[in-house]
Design a protein around this ligand. Sequence first.
Ligand SMILES: Nc1ncnc2c1ncn2[C@@H]1O[C@H](COP(=O)(O)OP(=O)(O)OP(=O)(O)O)[C@@H](O)[C@H]1O
Length: 635
Amino acid sequence: MGRLPTPSLRMRWPGLAPWWLGLGRLVVVVPSATNRRVTRRFSFSTPVRPPDDPPPAPFVSIREAFGRFWPHTRGVRRLFVAGVLLAIVAALCEIGAIRLFGRITDEVLAGQNLDAFWEPAFVWLGLMVVAGLASFLGSYATAVGGERFLLRLRDRVFAHMQTLTPDFFDRRRLGDLMARLTDDVEAIEELVGSGVVRILTTTVSVFFFAGAALLTRWDLALVTFAMVPAFLVVSKLFASRLRTAAARERLSNGVMNGVIEEGLANQALVQAFNRQGTEARRLHTQGRAWMRANVTQARLSALYGPVVQIIETVCLLVVIGVGAWEITAGRLTIGGLLAFAAYLAYLYPAVQGLGQLALTVSQAAAGSDRVIEILRIRPRVTDSAGAVPPAAPPRGRIDFADVGFTYPGRSTPTLRHLTFHAKPGELVVCVGPSGAGKSTVAKLLLRFHDPAEGRVLLDGVDIRDIPRTALREAVTVLQQENLLFSGTVRDNIAYGRPGCGMDEIVRAAVMAGAHEFVERLPARYDTQVGQRGRLLSGGQRQRLAIARAILRDAPVLVLDEPMTGLDPETAARVMEPLGRLMAGRTTILLTHDLRFVPGTARTVVLGAAPGRTRTRFGRTAWRTRPRMGTGPLRG
Ligand SMILES: Nc1ncnc2c1ncn2[C@@H]1O[C@H](COP(=O)(O)OP(=O)(O)OP(=O)(O)O)[C@@H](O)[C@H]1O
């Protein structure tokens, strides 16, 4: 969603009473860090969700949401306080200006005395300059505070997401998570950042202008105040429906982002299978759901304005009627009536603003539900209280001792009684058909999951007793599909060791057999590799990943199907640098392809029977690619 610049000051003119024209109403518009479309606010209709939609996030009370996010305003609260104080200064100046307006009407216009005009006119001008300045500074301070809060909150939510295991991301749509990190986090700013400032300044305005109206004519003021509850009732009616509508809009926005993200990320697949039409229809379906949510909100928004305007008109007519009566009876001057009406011209928008804020807060609450849902998810794996980093650099001995593991939500265990060990410098091959649990071994070693039974040990210490950062420093995984980031060749090689020198990067590239092709790239080490390294070939990506692993220099190496997707010639070329990488490290090779496995390697057979793990130590006789899908692998 695009963000529009928010004006810090806005001149608003009362549209109902022509005789109010000439008295410009300077209204302080407190900018929120987000400027969302007002039209996306209301809905009466029942949400229609496509069947594959995730359920909406559970409702959280506004009080709880506020309590959760308010602490994040620490450090920017003084900006919000400045915003409120400056808005009060602006309101006081406006009250002064209205009094001068009444004086000019009575003394200059009704009294036909031009000499009495100049002094109040200059004071009025001066007051409006001060009001304008205060309004500008107040809006600016609030905007800066809101943006800082937003930055901090987004960082916090992102940091929390990064504590969750990769399994969490596998189960969620990335587009939806992105929507939570952007739009929903911005909505929270409307709740606890600029929202608070607006509530305070609007409330103060209501009291000020109501007080000024009471001081001018208390009896007339009481008549008009009788209409105030009508504003609040209308707002409450609308607000109660808004939250459901906003939740629906947030949900469909997340789903739509997910569809866009998936469709764009897999364009090669989409085009290769001629599925452009299907993807376009998927987006259209989700886009329609989002559009419907917005249209119904716009309908309600359009309804809210006229309803409020009718209430305002009733108030105005009451004031004119009673005022005319009072003037006729000689108890009120025209100037007095105009000044009184001017106070109301400020008071009603402020009361209306309070009602509108209730709607905005309801909408923001829908965003906060979705962020709180994420923040409530606890990481499956955490550091144990007694976890201490190893005193000396790990040597790299790995033991899987009777390990059993079942994925959450699955009934069949993926690994059962898996036992093997790998000494420093040794190569152990975990072999098994697709789905046997090879990649799961790597996930357990990195503590993306903890085993349900048995233990995994590094240098004889249960990895649950080692901080995850220290554990992962000791292990480098070369994944099945080599993941490069968009960036330069240099950035990608240095990813595992930030701050390393160019000479180290080149040395690693030479050892990985990558230097030669990198030198031929247009900008050599500064060449952009494209999204996920797609501007490079599979073999080139693999060699960069090897260079990255060499540079990282961890004692334990896990190779997860390192030859996947490579033709025999390329695979053979990769073997040599891979051998250099493995030298001196504990290497666990996860593969179903035994063509490149040295005969001396120790082998562990996974998935020998459904739900069981068979372990076999000793030299392997497999030298050819096993036939898959014909039953369990046999040595
Ligand atoms: N995050 C997950 N949640 C639930 N089940 C999972 C998850 N990841 C993997 N599985 C299941 O666990 C089993 C083992 O998966 P794993 O990826 O370890 O197999 P693999 O031997 O590496 O297969 P391949 O050779 O095809 O990569 C599979 O049946 C898979 O469906």
